[in-house]
Design a protein around this ligand. Structure first.
Ligand SMILES: Nc1ncnc2c1ncn2[C@@H]1O[C@H](COP(=O)(O)OP(=O)(O)OP(=O)(O)O)[C@@H](O)[C@H]1O
Ligand SMILES: [Mg+2]
Length: 251
């Protein structure tokens, strides 16, 4: 039962869209827990949830993960929600090994209950993302198809390597995911070619297209499969879930 972190310190690249829709796709076949580690709480609100308990209760030791988990409306999907107060807590955590391992330790009790755990990380390299890196087995790195796509990726790979060699030897990059691709533009095609040249087979075959449906779905509190089934975004995230299942089985 892998823990899959969706991370990129760059903002607005499609982390939350990927975490929510991948979780929803996997939940059609498996029992899934989505953990929202971002004080913006976009994954939580994107599923239409108003949290009574949150991951903050777990990180602060007020609650076990088991008790803080909420049921989403979707079958087989549970959520450990975020709240704005998570920002304050993140400031109090430091880069000590103890603080970086808080999430990983808190998840030990719930890991056997889920076949997949998906972590939505915030856009920064602060203590919450470090907790995600220590708790995860696999990482998905969304890369927006834009001119500065690769900016920051090298630094992030270094950080991942450091976490692997210190606190989490089992950490593996499952793949880079190209998002918001507009296949009609040269720029998008060039970025895709460039990323594939740099990272080869590490890049998922699936490319997520730019689609207004994907951007609208969270305001209705719905995954893409319920908001716009059959849309290009739904097809892409369905295909991503299949590729993820295949890659995890091979890893
Ligand atoms: N494939 C897509 N097509 C169109 N819009 C998209 C797509 N993916 C994401 N978006 C939109 O782009 C914005 C950023 O996406 P998202 O919130 O998933 O990124 P993020 O990396 O989680 O951002 P942050 O770093 O702030 O957490 C959102 O408004 C989202 O709805
Ligand atoms: Mg986000």
């Amino acid at each position: 039962m892998p823990v899959i972190g969706v991370i990129n310190q760059k903002g607005g690249v499609g982390k939350t869209t990927t975490a929510v829709n991948l979780s929803a796709a996997l939940a059609r076949l498996r029992n899934v827990l989505l953990i929202d580690l971002d004080p913006q709480a976009n994954a939580t609100s994107g599923l239409g949830l108003l949290p009574s308990t949150s991951v903050l209760d777990v990180l602060s030791g007020r609650s076990s993960a088991r008790r803080a988990v909420l049921r989403a409306r979707q079958r087989n999907l549970s959520v450990l929600a975020a709240s704005a107060e998570l920002a304050g807590a993140a400031i109090e955590l430091d880069a000590s090994a103890d603080d970086m391992q808080l999430l990983a330790k808190a998840l030990i009790g719930v890991r056997p209950s889920f076949e997949f755990i998906v972590l939505d990380a915030p856009p920064s390299f602060g203590s919450l993302t470090l907790n995600a890196l220590v708790a995860a087995d696999q990482l998905i790195v969304p890369v927006q198809c834009e001119y500065y796509a690769l900016e920051g990726i090298a630094g992030m790979m270094d950080t991942i390597e450091r976490v692997r060699s210190s606190l989490n030897p089992s950490l593996n990059v499952l793949g880079l995911l190209l998002t918001m691709a507009d296949q009609r533009t040269n720029l998008s095609q060039q970025v895709e070619a460039n990323v594939r040249q740099h990272f080869g087979a590490l890049v998922f075959d699936v490319v997520v297209p730019r689609s207004v449906r994907l951007a609208e779905a969270p305001s209705h509190g719905l995954p893409i499969f319920e908001y716009a089934p059959g849309s290009a975004g739904a097809v892409a995230y369905e295909a991503l879930s299949e590729e993820v299942l295949r890659r995890v089985a091979e890893a």
